[in-house]
Design a protein around this ligand. Structure first.
Ligand code: UD1
Length: 456
């Protein structure tokens, strides 16, 4: 049995509306916030994704009762939470499940969570989480790959915490932990990402006293107890950005939404710089009208409100076709340029120097068999395939399925020629060697680097 692949036939202009799902990175952490109370929390606009399902399994392992009355609605009942031990098989595949350590410690006074390990885009340590939890009074010991944490006296104590780096996950872990701590916690140099704000808003709906979310200083006044709440996840700004790039790269006129335009300022600015017109459409949609020419631009990934690292591969795909050279500098993750080799197989001209990629625009890309190396790299290869001459076959869809809800159906809805193939005999004639290629790649992955468990 060979793994499924995506076949993308390039060169078709797109038109219409691309719907945006709830934000994966918000939903994952909103689900863990349900640990904080013994009532029921009801979360809507939760995307149906492999990563979200994995988070559900982790919560069930803790004893949280999970119901899904509708595909995008989750009801979480934390009244019978009993275990504070996260299963290694899932944490090793889903970094965000490590973030449960904060609410577990706050609610149960103990937590045993495996270190998440590295992933395809970098080492991704958790020392900022651990140091912050120690500041809140937790005893934390790492032994045999396991983080064992407990709270002497049973309740965390408010503290002033300075994060060396505005880590999204560390800010979320510590903010959740501090909601039930005794006294005031101040997190300085906190992450300002919209997903952090979304989590703060859910915690506030649960009764938490939080101020300053969305700035670099978050102040949490701990409560003895939180209560249940109903809450809707914000739209996924990375999915929306990916769709805007789909419009730009196919020189199309598309409407994308719902979105919160303020979450997308950096991406919109860069798309305008490359020559696209982007205007609001109604209250919460954006219309992109691509120009005939694509201009080069430089990009440096940064914490919010800077340009998001999760949009870097997609913008790189676009800039491969700009009239001139662009420099893309990745500052957030140390190993997030692995898609360069795959884009190059499609005819892109990209040179990597350290953490920078120099992208010299080419007149066109050519369809080719390519292998996705992580979630956002998968999106970049699909985008490249949409504009390439000929057919592109994207392999290793396990990454894509972690983070994009129904992406093929959504793209087909605006005219893209894209389909998932499980039988190699179904591949188009010009990809007749692809069945061989699918098998070869599976073997290479087995024999080569450890399987990437990219977790962004
Ligand atoms: C989250 C997002 C991910 C996004 C990233 C940066 C989720 C589930 N994932 O990941 O999609 O790409 O933010 O916007 O929300 N670091 C440390 N020590 C720590 C923690 C982080 O050195 O204790 C480093 C990381 O290795 C990385 C950088 O800080 O180089 C940013 O990581 P962080 O903001 O923590 O990302 P995540 O929360 O893991």
């Amino acid at each position: 049995m060979v793994a499924p692949v995506l076949e993308v036939v390039g060169g078709h202009t797109l038109s219409g509306h691309l719907p945006v799902s709830g934000a994966k990175n918000s939903a994952l952490v909103l689900l863990t916030a349900s640990i904080l109370c013994s009532d029921q929390c009801r979360l809507s606009n939760v995307p149906s994704l492999v990563d979200v399902a994995r988070m559900g399994q982790v919560l069930e392992a803790f004893g949280i009762k999970v119901k899904r009355p509708e595909p995008n609605c989750w009801e979480l009942d934390g009244s019978a939470i009993a275990h504070a031990h996260a299963p290694y098989e899932i944490v090793s595949k889903l970094r965000a499940s490590f973030f449960a350590i904060g609410p577990l410690l706050a609610r149960l006074g103990t937590a045993r969570v495996p270190l998440p390990g590295g992933c395809a885009i970098g080492a991704r340590p958790v020392e900022l989480h651990v140091r912050g939890l120690k500041s809140l009074g937790a005893d934390v010991h790492i032994d045999g790959g396991m983080v064992n944490a407990s709270v002497p006296g049973g309740r965390l104590k408010g503290a002033k915490i300075y994060l060396d780096y505005p880590s999204v996950g560390a800010t979320e872990t510590l903010m959740m932990a501090a909601t039930l701590a005794d006294g005031e916690t101040i997190i300085e140099n906190a992450a300002q990402e919209p997903e952090v704000v979304d989590l703060a808003n859910l915690c506030r709906a649960m009764g938490a006293r939080i101020k300053g979310h969305g700035t670099n200083t978050i102040v949490i006044d701990g409560m003895e107890k939180l209560h249940g709440a109903e809450y809707a996840t914000i739209p996924d700004r990375i999915e929306a950005g990916t769709f805007l790039v789909a419009g730009a790269i196919t020189r199309s006129d598309l409407v994308v939404g719902p979105v919160v335009p303020d979450h997308m300022t950096a991406v919109i600015a860069k798309l305008r710089e490359v020559g696209c017109r982007i205007v609001p459409e109604g209250d919460n949609h954006l219309r992109i009208q691509a120009g005939d020419r694509l201009l080069p631009t430089d990009i440096e990934t940064l914490p919010f409100p800077g340009f998001p690292t999760d949009m870097q591969p997609q913008l790189m795909a676009l800039l491969t076709l700009a009239e001139g050279s662009s420099i893309i500098t990745e500052t957030v993750f140390e190993n997030r340029l692995r898609h360069v080799g795959e884009l190059s197989r499609m005819g892109a001209d990209i040179r990597v120097k350290g953490s920078a990629a120099i992208v010299s625009g080419v007149p066109f890309l050519s369809g080719a068999p390519v292998t996705a190396t992580d979630l956002r790299a998968s999106a970049a290869l699909i985008l490249a395939g949409l504009t390439a001459r000929g057919t592109t076959i994207v392999q290793e869809l396990k990454h894509l399925d972690r983070g994009y809800e129904n992406i093929e159906q959504k793209l087909r809805g605006v005219g893209a020629k894209i389909r998932r193939i499980t039988d190699p005999n179904e591949l188009s004639a010009d990809m007749s060697s692809a069945d061989r290629l699918v098998q070869t790649t599976t073997e290479e992955v087995k024999a080569g680097d450890r399987p990437p468990v990219s977790i962004n």
